[in-house]
Design a protein around this ligand. Structure first.
Ligand SMILES: [Zn+2]
Length: 223
């Protein structure tokens, strides 16, 4: 039986990690980090020792601009089950990239990984199995289903979180789920959903960066 693209990508990320070229998650999503590591490899830097010599060169290499903005491309948004992104979702995804993700990417000068982008109804339902979520009703609701929500992570999580809080405060986004390892954002309020504005946290807020807490208090956002 042939392997899935995701499985192959995971294996590829594993090889790149073993070669010391890739430090991201082995998640089967071929994002900017995987692309840069692959270019390092293809440009002849096959060991971590050699990487030092070539890193600056590759960082200066002009990558082809991605298809949405300079650093964000459609494939990063595709559902994990391989479903195509519905046409109706594309303007919302573009807005998220142009108004939030690319400005944050430029400000941080750090890769922002899309952990979860668009989801098919079927895939979103599968994330909430009845035995673990007895109160769930199907079909499940989510801003990830064709409405341009995104879960992101970055090496610079603290700075990224501060930008996200700012974007929420300024109503550029109206859905923000803040967690130490992953941040959810969506543009409800501009897109029909069951509420116009929502803030929530993932995990223990005691573990949040003090700078996040200070910003939440400054903006009177209840956490
Ligand atoms: Zn999410």
């Amino acid at each position: 039986m042939s392997k899935s693209v995701k499985q192959c990508t995971k294996e590829w990320q594993g090889h790149l990690t073993a070669l010391g070229l890739y430090k991201g998650r082995i998640d089967g999503k071929f994002g900017e980090g995987s692309l840069k590591a692959s270019i390092l490899l293809l440009s002849g830097s096959s060991t971590s020792d050699e990487q030092n010599d070539n890193t600056s060169e590759v960082n200066n290499t002009e990558l082809l601009p991605a298809n949405i903005t300079n650093n964000f491309d459609w494939w990063e948004w595709e559902c994990e089950d391989g479903s195509p992104i519905p046409e109706s979702a594309k303007p919302h995804i573009e807005a998220m990239c142009k108004l939030v993700l690319q400005p944050a990417r430029d400000e941080l000068n750090a890769i922002i990984d899309i952990v979860s982008g668009d989801r098919s109804q079927k895939h979103n339902d599968s994330l909430y199995p009845k035995d673990k979520y007895p109160d769930v009703t199907y079909p499940t609701q989510s801003m990830h289903i064709g409405k341009g929500a995104v879960d992101v992570s970055s090496e610079k999580m603290e700075q990224l979180g501060l930008i996200c809080i700012e974007k929420y405060h300024n109503h550029v986004i109206n859905g923000l789920g803040l967690g130490i390892h992953s941040i959810h954002m969506d543009r409800r309020g501009y897109i029909s959903y069951d509420n116009d504005r929502a803030f929530w946290t993932y995990g223990d807020t005691n573990k949040f960066y003090p700078s996040w807490i200070a910003k939440l208090i400054e903006y009177n956002i209840k956490y």
